[in-house]
Design a protein around this ligand. Structure first.
Ligand SMILES: C[S@@+](CC[C@H](N)C(=O)[O-])C[C@H]1O[C@@H](n2cnc3c(N)ncnc32)[C@H](O)[C@@H]1O
Length: 320
């Protein structure tokens, strides 16, 4: 972090700390990406901070707070259909695929503080830097990569740009997602395929390629406590690597006010519940190996959405 008057800035050091790594682990291209963007922000205090906290508390009581689950499918279909139409109308401009829930000019959570970014696209840009680091570090050796709950496929578009030779798959229960991917593949000639998939009832006919990696990015958040069917699917298909970038509620330390508020908000929205606990049980039972768990202290105004857990199913030796 670097201060300029009332403004601080996310430096490469600060990004490394956020990601739970070291500066030397961030490659030159990712460092260049950081340098092209404006990561200045002002830490909120006094009445400004009180206003944010009051707004969050009021949100808990608000009748229009949307709760995740089965009946939200039409909302996702509507949202991605809008992105699909914008994408077509713009003549296939991939920037039109960015989800509209990236709010501009609002305070965000950073390092257990509330801050006001200078650049309206601060959260989106931090996400771009994070995935650049994460995907290059962990997905470089996979032949096929699957994103479950991929929505408008922006992460897959990024992956296609850095790994044109890998086979990419985007899965989602919202049909417009598959149409976006079909058009993206056709227009840019990328090796990317869309497919219908529901976390609640995984498709038994879907079999993952050899040497594949699976990831989710803010998608399991939508399934509350209902993660067992997907976990069993992954154990059966046994990919080489699983990465979940999600709000992981077990990682909040509720002795801190911002964490306490995020935890409450998370539960009110019926977000991912008990997933990390279940992974730890599976590890104790010898079924998986957890490679990394990291609480990333960064997100939107309400919760820290970019924590991650990286793990792999243990291969069963059929000779025994
Ligand atoms: C917050 S969006 C994230 C989209 C994408 N991963 C990204 O980061 O841009 C959550 C996604 O999960 C999908 N989703 C929610 N519940 C699902 C379910 N039961 N099965 C499959 N996809 C689901 C939604 O359709 C949506 O695309």
């Amino acid at each position: 972090m670097h201060s300029q008057g009332n403004l601080s800035k996310l430096t490469i050091d600060a990004f490394a700390r956020l990601f739970g790594t070291t500066v030397t682990d961030i490659d030159a291209n990712c460092k260049e990406l950081i340098d092209t963007m404006d990561f200045r922000y002002e830490r909120l205090s006094g009445t400004e901070r009180d206003k944010v906290i009051l707004n969050i508390l009021k949100k808990f009581d608000s009748a229009d707070l949307v709760v995740s689950g089965d009946d939200r499918k039409p909302d996702w279909e509507r949202g991605w259909a809008e992105n699909l139409h914008d994408f077509i109308d713009s003549g296939y401009d991939v920037s039109k695929l960015v989800p509209k829930y990236f709010k501009k000019n609002v305070p965000v959570r950073l390092n257990r503080e509330y801050v006001m970014p200078v650049d309206p696209d601060f959260v989106l840009n931090c996400t771009r830097v994070f995935r650049n680091w994460l995907f290059k570090k962990y997905l470089k050796d996979s032949g096929s990569i699957y994103e479950f709950g991929c929505g408008p496929a922006t992460h897959l578009v990024f992956l296609a740009s850095i790994y044109p030779d890998k086979k990419l798959y985007g899965l989602d229960w919202a049909k417009p997602s598959q149409e976006i991917i079909r058009l993206v593949a056709k227009h840019f000639g990328w090796r990317i395929e869309g497919r219908y998939f529901d976390f609640f009832t995984p498709d038994a006919n879907l079999h993952l390629d050899e040497n594949s990696a699976v990831y989710t990015f803010g998608a399991l958040e939508q399934i509350g406590r209902n993660h067992e069917a997907f976990l069993q699917f992954l154990l059966k298909e046994s990919p080489e690597l699983c990465i979940n970038v999600e709000c992981i509620s077990e990682l909040y330390n509720q002795d801190y006010l911002p964490d306490y508020l995020a935890f409450k908000y998370h539960n009110r929205r019926n977000y991912l519940d008990g997933y990390l606990t279940r992974l730890r049980e599976l590890e104790t039972a010898g079924k998986i190996q957890i490679l990394a768990i990291h609480y990333q202290q960064f997100g939107n105004m309400y919760d820290d959405s970019h924590s991650y857990v990286i793990w792999k199913p243990k291969k069963i030796n059929s000779a025994y």
